[in-house]
Ligand binder design. Sequence first.
Ligand code: GLN
Length: 304
Amino acid sequence: MNFEDLIIDVYREVENLEGKGETASYIPELSKVDPSKFGVHISTINGGSFGAGDFEEKFSIQSISKVLSLILAYRILDFEIWNRVGVEPSGTAFNSLFQLEADQGIPRNPFLNAGALVVTDILLSNLENPQDDFINFVRSISNNDSVDYSKKIAQSEKDVGYRNIALCNYIKSFGKIENEPADVLDFYYDICSLEMSCRDLSELFLFLANDGIDPKSNREVLNERQSKRVNALMQTCGFYDESGEFAFKVGLPGKSGVGGGIIAVHPDQYSIAVWSPKLNKKGNSYKGMRFLEEFTTGSELSLF
Ligand code: GLN
């Protein structure tokens, strides 16, 4: 399969679409990002690498980082992590509160804000220097020392983080957060503020297409069973109340962020990252979804 020609064709087609939606205005710093940015990069397990558009420019990966915090917490707790957070799609928005009451503070899955706050709490309890240990972990699994937090974005989110404050305190009221909510939130905003390019992302996530092993360094990031499960969660929960739609149209495990990025993984083939900041009503990149829909359809490769 010649992915390069297909990427160029689909990029041109989607680039010219009228970009529907808005940048994430609820985080002031994110609303300043140029909405016309558009990049894509693919990495294949046999060493292929190709990008188009703004694929080397770093952007705020936001909730894509929830996969990274989950991976680190999963390495620490293994299956016991599932006592703290569920594995069911929620069918709700990413920042929803209401299921927590019936579920007694156990979030439905780790990709909701509620679930990611619990995962952040686990990291806070288990890491010696949480902020440093987490960034060092991300740098080491991506073989990339240029990955960093954006203090500006983290602060901007913290300034208006009323919903996340409510979520974290509510979970704490059920006794399901171990640390002080203010500390959990600070670390959560740092994690969400990671900045990476499409190239950085597709290279980093390639291990999920290769049974947990980074094909470049041959290092095991997750064991095969864990890698299978993270892919399953991305497939069923990666796009909140649009997870069904993403599976229907794109058909790959993936994860979105309100910075407009999406990472998607085709097991045994490739990982691909797309970035376009305008979001649809569900908080997922409008052009990113369109690109991936056309790309997977055009590639005639499918999990289904
Ligand atoms: N940092 C964002 C928040 O907590 C992440 C949301 C997202 O990317 N979907 O609201």
